[in-house]
Design a protein around this ligand. Structure first.
Ligand SMILES: Cc1cc2nc3c(=O)[nH]c(=O)nc-3n(C[C@H](O)[C@H](O)[C@H](O)COP(=O)(O)OP(=O)(O)OC[C@H]3O[C@@H](n4cnc5c(N)ncnc54)[C@H](O)[C@@H]3O)c2cc1C
Ligand code: SF4
Length: 333
């Protein structure tokens, strides 16, 4: 049995206190929300904080509220189950309800939070292993080692962004509200991430995500498709989030974002641009899927072979767009 290392658990009841505790304890401390990712990682000694600042007692962090913009504000501490079942999320931001509802298992969705999902650690076959396993191959640079075992000549880590909701929130144009020692600020969710498997979050480590803000739906259609081996609880090895705003039959705005193909969600900008001002015909969908597939460069560090995952990017983008267009999803691989 793997055991947790020793740590102190601090239980603030307000965001202000959480921010202060994080600042007081510096790099020794980490935030924990549902703990569904962090605790297993601590058992594998991927993280060894001496202090955990628990967010479960911060009531202000939970719940879904109307936002001043006309959209929705979702507290970072809202569970994935609550997000997936919320009537307004389901009705207006269907892809988010879908993504939250396919994370892991029902038990973990009851504990796991949207904020934790947005900030979840990147993954790699050489890293998501026991301490004993990692020691046997001399570790890697993400924790305790010197080199990258996937790309030994590389000076960076290529661990994969594996959040289901992050690409969806990016495609929906969401923002995140952060609270830190310098006060509060709101940034686009795209600015939360860095293309680095170790420092994958751009915010300072003692920033707390307090809210996820969704813009008004305003004619939005959205979809999320997830590729994984076991439909019951695996992480995504490919996620395709697509969102369009329509003027009648014409696409007014489009955003396609890929998950699990890089160390951050990867926007397929060229593919999205092809759709704007056009009708979603089968021919256009094929061209957009081709454009999304070309820049996708999955590495050989998750489940399934990377050539297959790259090929499935085209298939899944086409399926997602066909669903948005109300067309049958059957597309030849
Ligand atoms: C068997 C298994 C299967 C899983 N499958 C999936 C899957 O299919 N898809 C998927 O996306 N995830 C999956 N997960 C990972 C995890 O369960 C989810 O990502 C979950 O949403 C994490 O939320 P949490 O509240 O439990 O986060 P925690 O484990 O508490 O924290 C995760 C990280 O986020 C940070 N954090 C938490 N809250 C905040 C905040 N408010 N502000 C700043 N930082 C914060 C923590 O410091 C930590 O680094 C799986 C985990 C397991 C064990
Ligand atoms: S990509 Fe390389 S450095 Fe990063 S976790 Fe995998 S093996 Fe380690």
């Amino acid at each position: 049995m793997m055991r947790l290392p020793p740590f102190r658990y601090l239980a603030p009841v307000s965001v202000t206190d959480a921010v202060k505790l994080m600042a007081d304890h510096g790099p020794e401390a980490m935030l924990v929300a549902g703990g569904t990712d962090l605790y297993p990682n601590m058992k594998r000694r991927q993280f060894e904080p001496s202090v955990l600042v628990g967010l479960r007692g911060v009531r202000d962090l939970a719940g879904v509220r109307p936002a001043a913009s006309g959209g929705l504000a979702i507290g970072a501490g809202t569970t994935l189950t609550a997000v997936s079942r919320h009537a307004q999320v389901r009705g207006r931001y269907d892809a988010l309800a879908t993504a939250a509802g396919v994370v892991s298992t029902p038990q973990l969705r009851n504990m796991g939070t949207l904020g934790g999902n947005v900030c979840v650690d990147t993954r790699c076959n050489y890293y998501n292993q026991t301490e004993f396993w990692r020691a046997s191959i001399g570790y890697c640079m993400k924790k305790d080692g010197e080199i990258c075992l996937v790309a030994p000549g590389s000076s960076r880590c290529w661990a994969v962004s594996s959040s289901d909701t992050a690409p969806v929130l990016w495609s929906l144009g969401a923002s995140v509200r952060l609270a830190g020692p310098g006060g509060e600020r709101t940034i686009p969710i795209s600015a939360l991430y860095r293309d680095d498997g170790i420092q994958y979050l751009a915010n300072h480590t003692d920033d707390t995500v307090t809210e996820i803000l969704l813009p008004p739906a305003d004619g939005l259609r959205s979809v999320y498709l997830k590729l994984r081996r076991r439909g019951s609880f695996d992480f995504p090895v490919l996620g395709v989030a697509a969102a369009v705003r329509m003027d009648g039959e014409t696409v007014r705005e489009a955003r396609i974002v890929l998950g699990a193909v890089a160390s951050l969600p990867r926007e397929a900008g060229a593919a999205s641009a092809l759709l704007v001002g056009q009708r979603l015909t089968p021919e256009l969908i094929e061209r957009a899927a081709e454009a999304a597939y070309r820049p996708a460069k999955p590495l050989d560090n998750t489940d399934f072979g990377h050539p297959y995952r790259k090929k499935m990017t085209r298939v899944f983008v086409a399926r997602a767009l066909r669903r948005l267009a109300g067309l049958p999803e059957v597309v030849e691989a």
